[in-house]
Design a protein around this ligand. Structure first.
Ligand code: AMP
Length: 111
C-alpha cells in the first residue's frame, strides 16, 4: 500500500479539515481523537508522510525519529501524565485495526 495524500490526517495537517489541537512543533501535531475511548485520548502524528509505524521505524531517519519521540515525551509532560500514567497504542495495517493510513500514536489516560 502506498501513502495516500488524501487521507484524513494529511488533510488535518494541511488545514483542509479542522482539529482540536493540543500541541504542535516542527515535527508533530497532536489533537484530540474525535471518538475518545478514555478521559484523555489524543493522537500524535508526524508532519512527514509515513503510512504506519513500520514505515516510520524503517524509513524515517534517525534524527527525525529522535525528534518525534522527544516530542511525544514533551506532550506527555505538558499533559502532566508522566507521573499519573497513560497508554500508547499504534494500530498497524488492516489486520491491526488501522483505519487512517498516516502513522499516528494514540495516547490514552483516565487521569
Ligand atoms: P486507527 O487508524 O485505528 O488508529 O484509528 C484512527 C483514529 O482516528 C480513530 O480513533 C478515530 O476516532 C480518529 N479520527 C478519525 N477522524 C478523526 C478526526 N477528523 N479528528 C480526530 N480524530 C479522528
Amino acid at each position: 500500500m502506498n501513502y495516500d495524500k488524501e487521507n484524513i490526517f494529511a488533510k488535518i495537517l494541511n488545514g483542509e479539515i479542522p482539529c482540536e489541537k493540543v500541541f504542535e512543533n516542527d515535527y508533530v501535531l497532536s489533537f484530540k481523537d474525535i471518538n475518545p475511548k478514555a478521559k484523555i485520548h489524543l493522537l500524535i502524528i508526524p508532519k512527514e508522510p509515513f503510512l504506519d509505524i513500520s514505515d516510520f521505524l524503517h524509513n524515517a531517519d534517525t534524527l527525525y525519529q529522535t525528534n518525534f519521540w522527544k516530542s511525544v515525551d514533551e506532550i506527555i509532560a505538558v499533559l502532566e501524565l508522566r507521573d499519573k500514567g497513560f497508554q500508547i497504542k499504534s494500530h498497524k495495517g488492516k489486520d491491526g485495526g488501522q483505519e487512517v493510513f498516516h502513522f499516528h500514536l494514540h495516547i490514552l489516560s483516565d487521569a
